[in-house]
Design a protein around this ligand. Structure first.
Ligand code: DQA
Length: 140
């Protein structure tokens, strides 16, 4: 089974950025943990700070992989293009947010992704990625 994990802007700074909100582990440290947890899954990881690159990867992996775990970060709240890309592809997308976006600023409550995603997880820290992968495995 092949799962793509796609992270949006500023998630390259996990572990350094607003640690009180996002924790102190980088995604580069977390990814091997995830790979060890799910040895039967082939993971592809992509992070970009650029909206168009995220759309490109959703389009590409969306016809090639078995599932996508997507944290579009700030683009969640602004990007019609990312929402449209999810609607355009075949594979299920699980939206993940490390923080509880509903307990933060008002603008974080709007997601252009949730309505197009199979489901959404927020506020459970990095464990949200693990739960998303478990769901995708169960669905396959
Ligand atoms: C985030 C929440 C977004 O509102 C924010 O812009 C992020 C990270 C999260 O994982 O909690 O960059 O997607």
């Amino acid at each position: 089974m092949k799962i793509a994990i796609i992270n949006g802007p500023n998630l390259n700074l996990l572990g350094k950025r607003e640690k009180d909100i996002y924790g102190d582990m980088s995604f580069e440290k977390y990814l091997p943990v995830l790979r060890e947890m799910f040895p039967s899954v082939t993971f592809y990881y992509f992070q970009s700070n650029i909206e168009g690159e995220l759309v490109g990867e959703i389009q590409r992996t969306g016809f090639e992989y078995d599932g996508i775990v997507l944290n579009p970060a700030a683009y969640t709240h602004t990007s019609v293009a990312i929402g449209d890309a999810i609607a355009a592809i075949k594979v299920p997308v699980v939206e993940v947010h490390i923080s509880n976006v509903h307990a933060r600023e008002e603008f974080r409550k709007l997601s252009y992704v949730s309505a197009k995603a199979a489901g959404s997880i927020f506020g459970l820290g990095l464990q949200g990625y693990e739960l998303a992968v478990r769901w995708l495995i169960g669905k396959a």
